[in-house]
Design a protein around this ligand. Sequence first.
Ligand code: ADP
Ligand code: MG
Length: 613
Amino acid sequence: MAKIPISIKDGTVIDESQELIVGIDLGTTNSLVAYAIDNVPKVIKHHGESALVPSIIHFDESNNIIVGESAKEKLISFPERTIYSAKRLMGKSYNDLESFKSQMAYRIIETNEEELVKVAVGNKYYTPIELSSEILKALKARVEKELKRSVSKAVITVPAYFNDAQRQATRDAGRLAGLEVMRIVNEPTAASLAYGLGTDSETEKTIAVYDLGGGTFDISILTLQDGIFEVLSTNGDTFLGGDDFDATIVEHWMSEYTGSLNINDKSILQELRIKAEEAKKHLGTNDSFKSSISNISIELDKSTFESLIDPLVKKTLSACESALKDAQLSKEAIDEVIMVGGSTRVPLVKESVSNLFGQEVNDKINPDEVVALGAAVQADILAGNQKGILLLDITPLSLGIETMGGLMDVIIPRNSKVPNKASRQYTTSVDGQANLKITVFQGERDLVEHNRKLGEFILKGIPPMPAGLPKVDVSFMLDADGVLVVNAKELRSETETSLQIKSQYGISEEEMAKMLLDSISNAESDMKSRALLEARNEGNSMLKSLEKFLRDNQSWLTEEQKSMIQDHHTNLKDLLSASDKDAILTKIEDINKYTEPLANEAFTRIVKKELAK
Ligand code: ADP
Ligand code: MG
């Protein structure tokens, strides 16, 4: 019997026969979702609205969650309940954030410094994974509403420099949002795909992807051919973007209008920031900007704006030069320069980049949509809708094992294609050595202590042989999903052990289930409030029994006993309106002690009465 899926919401028939995988750009400032129909990628936007969803999460007083534009509106009025730039926290420990902490308007929990950070909102804690998952949930809801069908698979983009922990965190966020993450793709790779670059089997191309967003700048040099994208180098500044353009304008206005503007007024400051962004955008196509803030007219002309941001733009250019140098390429070797990120709409940025590379830059596709569009292309390919194209990822960091003296021995070098398999032979260092410990690390440093440990295992049962004679083959197999399987085999004896590595920062299935039910971070506070509720319930039923006891036993209770019971009742009632669980429980115990003999007496009286009948 054929099953026809029908949308419960509006009764439409859903064609889920065709696999749909969406593409998601999970950005620091803005996020968006796209999908491909008939091989053409398209962003999701609701009637005339922008496709961009600000990557901002607001928690209201009752911890309801708002994401996007309406959360952005709360940024100034509720700074400690409104979380922005959660992407900066992904896969980071408290220590990693040393420099960033002071700039945040929200609270980061000071825990074990090696542990992953958590953000405090009210009396609850949220991991960056949970925060990002809220953004992903909002995007999922958006695309589901638009397409009138459920969506459960996605390709999500990350910066090319994201390490394994950050990629894993992104994957976990997707899973927590109810999305199976089919692939994590580098943002510059996605941008190239949106331009249709890299799927040609004939020619190899070298391209530069210049990405200037709201708070970050990335330059990546890639080579592409026949579905293989290789990141030759990346550079940039994780604290440089369009928001800094706005800040220079605000500073300029503050010094320009010192006399007339009350810059100590928080709302004026906020208004200045909004106007600054407006001015910046306006000056992309106009020579001057005029407006007013609380009856004071403000203005900015294009040349002043350009002189304000010039030092920032120059910084990005020197990062481009470093990236070229790292890739050992001259400017002439770059076939194509792609512009990504909302801030590349600024004409000075475009001109400067074009001058540096000595060629026209490519900005035909909306720079703030291009990454999501590319992710949708990748998704379409994975769904099997674009035949003959196979895309391969690149490992961001080297994988290897520890050898003598704590040295890192790389087995799969960084920038290798994924999936990948490589192996190397080792031997023992002591006569008759029966066991060999294999410790797997990820990173670029020479000493393993500076790299990230992924796991370890012991190859046991090597037959006794003189040192140096056993041949131990250690092989690394990295699958398309980035899961690493390490296998060690002593070739003479065929003794074999293997280990499947999940990133240290990854979340176990068990933990994930717990998070899905409720968040791990809230478990403690949840437990506390549950205990209080239970104590209150118990207290309330105690109040009722006291009342009933008084009513039923009026006739024989002494005045003193009655007033004692009444006092207990009043005291307990007062405690129930407070929040001290232990005080409630102690009081209940007291009452039980006091009433026990009375209850016995009441019972005896009832029995006697019954017998007398
Ligand atoms: P991210 O990748 O960091 O999430 P986006 O690519 O969405 O960010 O870029 C956001 C930045 O782009 C903001 O600083 C915004 O002000 C800026 N921006 C958007 N449109 C324009 C424009 N027309 N002119 C100048 N800057 C713009
Ligand atoms: Mg971006």
